[in-house]
Design a protein around this ligand. Structure first.
Ligand SMILES: [Mg+2]
Length: 176
């Protein structure tokens, strides 16, 4: 029997990219914002234009994607889900071409059980074909033909169009 295909986004689904950026803002930027405030909305809303530009530059620095912390329980949950689903990781890496190697090595280090053949570096995710897609970006779920699940993130809190999942525990309950 073929397993249903489950496609996972990398940033802010497997990797806590927003969390790493928020830590950089707190540590290196001259800001009055608290960690809680930086997790209540997108950086477009919480930061000045100058700080947004500075953060965007940091995203392009070599090494940025190498040591992003894991989203809690992602490893265990994906391993569990891989028994029932064919797992793919699809990341819009084309936005940051320098990130390919770092993103690949990060996946290999934390999700070594996912074969290279199941990793997709793409631009526009409407090319994806699967049964489920878990992503924090509503625009990626909009064009997906299967069932989309919106992974809760500071930049999507106001989104109501898609079924929201708060964390990996909830995903296990929903999909197993
Ligand atoms: Mg993402």
């Amino acid at each position: 029997m073929t397993k249903p295909r489950l496609i996972l986004d990398q940033d802010d689904v497997l990797a806590d990219t927003h969390g790493k950026l928020a830590d950089i803002v707190l540590r290196e930027f001259d800001t009055q914002l608290t960690s809680a405030e930086l997790h209540q909305d997108s950086f477009y809303e919480t930061l000045s234009q100058a700080d947004q530009k500075r953060l965007y530059k940091i995203l392009h620095e070599p090494g940025f994607f190498s040591d992003i912390p894991l989203i809690p329980n992602a490893q265990e949950a994906v391993l569990e889900l891989s028994k029932k689903y064919e797992i793919f990781v699809a990341t819009a890496a084309m936005e940051f071409p320098n990130s390919f190697r770092e993103k690949y090595d990060w996946l290999h280090r934390h999700f070594g059980f996912i074969s290279w053949s199941n990793i997709v570096f793409c631009g526009d995710k409407s090319i994806l074909n699967g049964d489920y897609l878990i992503d924090d970006m509503p625009r990626n779920l909009k064009t997906f033909k299967g069932k989309g699940l919106l992974f809760n993130a500071p930049h999507n809190l106001k989104e109501t169009e898609f079924e929201r999942v708060m964390n990996w525990e909830e995903i296990l309950k929903r999909l197993l």
